[in-house]
Design a protein around this ligand. Structure first.
Ligand SMILES: CCCCCCCCCCCCCCCCCCCC(=O)SCCNC(=O)CCNC(=O)[C@H](O)C(C)(C)COP(=O)(O)OP(=O)(O)OC[C@H]1O[C@@H](n2cnc3c(N)ncnc32)[C@H](O)[C@@H]1OP(=O)(O)O
Ligand SMILES: Nc1ncnc2c1ncn2[C@@H]1O[C@H](COP(=O)(O)OP(=O)(O)OP(=O)(O)O)[C@@H](O)[C@H]1O
Ligand SMILES: O=C(O)CCC(=O)C(=O)O
Ligand SMILES: [Fe+2]
Ligand SMILES: [Mg+2]
Length: 333
């Protein structure tokens, strides 16, 4: 047995709960001898993740890495965000979203009017985030060596205006993606300041990445819901929930089937995070017609038509158009 396999086996024996699913079920012939651990399906051994970290992701569908992005970098992203809010820079393709609670109120050119920036791939300063070597080192464990940055966001969760519209309903990010395979997609989400239950940190349902893609739609929330904030129709309300509290610079990597959302911001500050969804360059596009993803396909196509006059644009092309290579080769996506 190699040293790596030996270490892994030791860890497996020490992890309660993980044992049953990670190890191959013993056959009568194997019970007396060594039963090798089953291949881990959600990550690769690149020398970056410890066996404990690989098993944690395997079981839970996310992995928190403390202090991964420096203060200096985060402060630079914040400055660039503020410049964009003040309309001092114009970024091609960038979508600026306002919270639905203030969508029809008077416009002020500062961060109070911006709940989310989407698609900042043409802003060199913000896009630096997606290519940070310490982030890519982890991303590679999930995607493999060819890495595409498929979707970029800077989230500026506003103080809730009283209608709970600052919440993000429980969802699976895969709902938005017409590419596969699922396990070669990962999100990196970095806290730009301390995030807590109070200001609306991420909330995850650990282990739900092992399930299937669920049907998503707008939740019927009284106070309204933001555009494209679809939620999982019925998830098990008794499933254990975890509020992922983080410090500035901490980064969570999570699987696109992991059910997650974020709570109301009950503070007066704007809670900031920056994120990127990565996929292997070897992923391929799928046709989502006739699947539960058809509703989001139609919304995105409508937006592309309205905003960019892209008539008859295919859903997959809205992705091919925005994706950027950050490591290795663009083989397929
Ligand atoms: C090359 C092709 C480009 C295709 C772009 C596709 C982008 C979206 C893809 C999303 C994929 C995300 C994948 C990541 C995976 C996890 C994602 C989790 C969920 C998300 O975060 S989804 C992303 C959040 N949603 C969006 O950003 C929606 C996209 N944005 C918009 O549609 C517009 O920005 C918006 C919100 C409609 C505002 O449009 P805009 O024209 O700038 O605003 P107006 O002030 O003119 O208002 C128009 C109209 O819309 C109402 N409005 C404004 N803001 C909102 C809001 N937040 N929610 C609901 N409605 C809103 C406003 O009141 C106006 O209404 P009228 O009745 O007066 O017409
Ligand atoms: N009434 C609700 N129906 C459906 N989803 C909800 C509801 N309230 C909260 N959520 C979702 O649950 C997640 C966690 O939200 P939040 O942190 O506000 O939960 P909470 O249990 O109400 O916590 P707190 O008591 O701290 O507000 C978010 O994704 C949010 O959108
Ligand atoms: O609230 C957040 O910061 C994250 C929301 C989210 O899950 C997403 O945009 O996909
Ligand atoms: Fe999400
Ligand atoms: Mg709440």
């Amino acid at each position: 047995m190699s040293r790596a396999a030996e270490r892994l086996r030791t860890v497996i024996h020490h992890l309660d709960g993980a044992t049953a699913t990670i190890r191959a079920p013993p056959t009568s012939a194997q019970t007396l001898t060594y039963s090798p651990p089953q291949k881990l399906r959600y990550s690769f051994d690149t020398g970056t993740l410890t066996p404990e970290q690989r098993l944690f992701y395997e079981e839970n569908g996310f992995l928190l890495i403390k202090n991964l992005v420096s203060e200096t970098d985060i402060d630079r992203f914040r400055k660039e965000f503020e410049r964009i809010c003040r309309q001092e820079v114009k970024v091609p393709g960038l979508i600026v979203m306002r919270d639905v609670a203030i969508a029809k109120s008077e416009f002020v050119p500062d961060q109070r009017a911006v709940s989310k920036l989407q698609d900042f791939q043409e802003d060199p300063e913000l896009f630096r985030y997606c290519a940070l070597p310490q982030i890519l080192k982890y991303v590679e464990c999930f995607t493999g060596p060819n890495i595409m940055a498929m979707h970029t966001m800077l989230i500026n969760k506003p103080p809730d205006a009283g209608k709970k519209t600052s919440r993000h309903p429980m969802h699976q990010d895969l709902h938005y993606f017409p590419f596969r395979p699922t396990d070669r997609i990962v999100c990196a989400w970095t806290a730009m300041e301390r995030v807590t239950r109070q200001n609306g940190c991420l909330v995850v349902l650990p282990g739900t990445h092992k399930g299937a893609l669920q049907e998503h739609d707008y939740p019927d929330w009284e106070g309204g819901v933001n555009k494209m904030y679809h939620g999982v129709r019925d998830y098990d309300p008794d499933h254990p929930r975890l509020h992922v509290e983080m410090e500035k610079g901490d980064t969570v990597f999570f699987h696109p089937l992991l059910i997650h959302g974020s709570g109301m911001n009950q503070t007066q500050g704007f809670r900031k995070a920056i994120s990127c969804h990565y996929a292997s360059g070897d992923c391929y596009y799928i046709d989502v017609r006739g699947t539960t993803q058809e509703n989001i396909e139609n919304e995105v196509k409508e937006l592309a038509q309205k905003k960019y006059r892209m008539n008859e644009v295919a859903f997959k092309d809205t992705w091919a158009f925005r994706g950027r290579l950050v490591q290795g080769e663009r083989t397929s996506l």
